[in-house]
Write a protein that binds this ligand. Sequence first.
Ligand SMILES: Nc1ncnc2c1ncn2[C@@H]1O[C@H](COP(=O)(O)OP(=O)(O)OP(=O)(O)O)[C@@H](O)[C@H]1O
Length: 274
Amino acid sequence: MADNTTSNRNSPPPPIEVRDLTMAYGERVIVRDMNFVVPAGEIFIVMGGSGCGKTTLLRHLIGLMAPAKGRVFRDGVDFWALSGAEQDRMKRRSGILFQGGALWSAMTLAENIALPLREFTRYREKEIREICELKLSLVGLAGFGDYYPAAISGGMRKRASLARAMALDPEVLFFDEPSAGLDPVSARRLDELILALRESLGATVVVITHDLASIFAIGGMAIFLDSGSKSIAARGRPRELLDQGSNPALIDFLTRGERHTKLPALRADGSSKI
Ligand SMILES: Nc1ncnc2c1ncn2[C@@H]1O[C@H](COP(=O)(O)OP(=O)(O)OP(=O)(O)O)[C@@H](O)[C@H]1O
């Protein structure tokens, strides 16, 4: 019989497991033969430079793109072996914060959050209002339900999008470049919120990012995608990976800010100060 599950009698299956996954656009392979597990309650970081395949991997994990080869298991079940209706049900177990946030500008924050609740649940209006207020308070936006997206800051919009991503109490929360478009202070606030949500809700979180400050602040288990070798070139906690220093491409990636700040400043005449 084909092995379409990862179930094991002794322990529940992990929320996500990837086996021998090769991702490609047509003939063009992006990353090949990936294997990893995202354990329940972890913050899992997918990191790597521009164009290495982070967003492409996200699309595979949330069921928007089928593997060229290999399998993606959600809760121990081979996602792409499911029927369309079963896939749709499974997709609703993911909450996704996309890069742009993607709130509907003509709706208030509360209406934005209510949208998935109206579409996919049978809650009554009063319950929906209460859930919206609860989700907004979880992201530090209690009392902002009647505001329109244009009336609040970029950081607040991201947090409101996060409240909407959590509307259906997803089992896994995905963040696509959470710090993109934010000033450093708002970006760090969002990192802290991600950590707090993991602590308070025990959520499983997958963060796709190339932002070094986020990577070290969040500090969870990480995989490093390398476009040169088209593979997962390293895995582990970012600080430990840096200390081990075993993969040149990874060290290059993790120290790029440092190298820029350590470059000798040039005088107006082009000579160096040191
Ligand atoms: N729809 C597509 N068709 C063909 N090639 C694509 C498509 N989308 C992305 N690619 C290519 O696949 C590679 C990986 O892209 P992807 O967007 O996953 O990288 P990324 O790591 O998320 O990059 P960035 O950090 O710049 O967003 C890139 O070379 C990109 O040009």
